[in-house]
Ligand binder design. Structure first.
Ligand code: KG4
Ligand code: ZN
Length: 342
């Protein structure tokens, strides 16, 4: 690979990620997570995340350079997530990236976190098909995006109107007494359960809702329905069938995600669907998207789980693509923008 050597920094949530790529070749992907520090709160605490980024930043940069076998002054450019995300957390990454860019005399590229979730797939499956439809589902976001050119941004078609998909997984896991983050535990418990055991609502799929929210999601009603069902069960004195609850809940989430993603693909005339974000690691989501996608001629791309969750490699991948496509670097007063348009 003779593409540009780019170091990427990601600090939008609770992962301090530093990735190094050459063109579309991944050289290093160092991630330090503060997830354990948030576990007892059942969700990410912004102040705790910011402090953890501050402590992890320099060691993570050193670790990535060591793995890639490069010195910082070898890089052609520095890329960083400038938003969207937690304001204080973003600031730590943006400040570090500016310091590196200024110190090394290399260009700085501020990138959109959601576009980076899409660009990362190049590291695994080669050049990105464009336009591509992206379904990004994590603890912080649940969006359907049309991506015409990944280096110039993403067009949102829809998003969650309440909880993010990963948040719903985490809340239902908590209800079932499973550890945080709950997604992987629900995924595992669901394998022993019956997907049709409990009839659960599919948010925003009624004809009336589709008129206004065709490509939007809602998961809070589903979470409440699960809570009611579990409470009734507990009151009756019968044991809660954790596998059945997990499987039925997971089926309801995946059904809506895949149904709306394929409807959007048809609507937009796009034949490639990319799924990213932590929830893309879900085994049922992957299987269902591939199965239903193949029936309607939509190819499904899902990066491996380590690249789906927040990491620095995705930022480096998008930065390298910006250099390759001759995009203008960011000014050195690049702001961290927590509400950057998605
Ligand atoms: O992308 P990510 O690491 O961080 C952000 O939230 O931005 O995503 C974490 C989310 C958590 O809510 C976690 O429960 C969920 O992804 N998750 C899963 C699975 N693995 C992680 N959800 C469902 N099934 C999984 N296998
Ligand atoms: Zn993310």
């Amino acid at each position: 690979d003779d593409g540009p050597l780019v170091l990427g920094i990601e600090t939008s949530c609770d992962e301090t990620g530093v990735g190094i790529v050459r063109g579309t070749t991944l050289l290093a992907d160092a991630v330090a997570s503060s997830v354990d520090e948030h576990a007892r709160f059942g969700g990410v605490v912004p102040e705790v995340a910011s402090r953890a980024h501050l402590e992890a930043m320099v060691p993570t940069i050193e670790r990535a350079c060591g793995t890639a076998g490069i010195a910082p002054y070898d890089v052609d450019a520095v890329a960083v997530t400038s938003g969207p995300g937690l304001a204080g957390a973003l600031l730590v990454g943006v400040a570090a990236a500016k310091a590196l860019a200024i110190g090394l005399g290399k260009p700085l590229y501020g990138v959109n976190h959601l576009a980076a979730h899409v660009a990362v797939d190049q590291l695994e499956h080669g050049p990105l098909p464009e336009p591509v439809l992206a379904l990004l589902v994590s603890g912080g976001h649940s969006s359907l995006l049309r991506v015409e050119d990944v280096t110039t941004g993403v067009d949102p078609l829809g998003a969650t109107i309440d909880d993010a998909a990963g948040e719903a997984f985490d809340k239902v896991a908590r209800l079932l007494g499973l550890p945080f983050p709950g997604g992987p535990h629900i995924d595992r418990a669901a394998r022993e359960g019956d997907r049709v055991a409990i009839d659960l609502p599919r948010g925003l799929t009624s004809r009336r809702d589709l008129e206004r929210h065709r490509f939007d999601f809602s998961f809070s009603g589903l979470k409440t329905a699960v809570a009611r069902w579990v409470e009734a069960r507990e009151r009756s004195g019968e044991p809660v069938p954790v596998g059945d609850v997990a499987a039925s809940f997971q089926e309801a989430v995946c059904d809506v995600l895949v149904r709306k993603a394929l409807d959007a693909a048809a609507d937009q005339g796009i034949e490639d669907l990319l799924i990213g974000g932590g929830v893309a690691a879900n085994s049922r989501l992957r299987a269902m998207a591939e199965e239903r996608g193949s029936k309607v001629g939509v190819r499904v791309r899902v990066p491996r789980p380590g690249l789906c969750t927040d990491n620095g490699a995705m930022v480096a991948a998008l930065g390298a693509e910006m250099v390759a496509r001759g995009r203008t670097p960011s000014a050195l007063d690049l702001p961290a923008d927590s509400s950057l348009p998605v």
